[in-house]
Design a protein around this ligand. Structure first.
Ligand code: FE
Length: 184
């Protein structure tokens, strides 16, 4: 599984990250590094690293939002990861788009700092949550992890930032796979 992930980033990681100034791989590495810097558990570091893997496993055009389409990458990513990873990894990934809609409703400063591409996709994703949707989201067991992941996601768009590479995360990947992953 780990080799499969590394290969995926090697073959598709250089693709653009939907209207942002970094590649998919740079975005993933910056998100994971912030998680690690904040002392997040291995499962959440891995979730940050792989939160957009749905973009890499799907053949979707880079300008998908310009075409008025939502690729539902969070569901594709969760399904791909759930073959091997536990809910501690897959649930924050699944919820990271919902967490954006949640933060747009609950944090007045959040919307103002979203990137233009992220604002554009927000409308396609359903816009900010309603009060009822906020309450429902807070019932979710992993909603706090999803919100943390979301904030790393939003900040992981800095061109040329020097951060550790993929191999740095092999121990966290092995840990969150329960040490089964190395030979899968
Ligand atoms: Fe992202």
């Amino acid at each position: 599984m780990i080799d499969e992930i590394l290969k995926l980033f090697a073959t598709r990681g250089d693709e653009a990250y939907f209207g942002e100034p970094v590649s998919q791989k740079e975005h993933a590495l910056q998100a994971a590094y912030q998680a690690e810097q904040e002392g997040a558990p291995a499962s959440l570091v891995v979730a940050a690293l792989l939160h957009d893997v749905g973009h890499l496993v799907h053949q979707l055009p880079e300008d998908i939002a310009d075409q008025g389409l939502d690729g539902r990458h969070e569901s594709a990513g969760e399904a791909w990861l759930a073959r091997h990873f536990p809910p501690e990894v897959t649930e924050p990934v699944k919820l990271h788009v919902a967490a954006k809609r949640y933060l747009c409703k609950t944090d007045s400063e959040y919307l103002a700092q979203l990137s233009p591409a992220s604002v554009q996709s927000l409308a396609l994703q359903g816009g900010p949550f309603s009060d009822a949707e906020v309450r429902e989201f807070e019932q979710h067991r992993y909603f706090r992890e999803a919100v943390r992941l979301r904030r790393w996601d939003d900040r992981a768009k800095i061109p040329g930032l020097n951060v550790p590479g993929l191999e740095h995360y092999r121990p966290a990947l092995e840990e969150s796979l329960g040490f089964r992953g190395a030979d899968l």
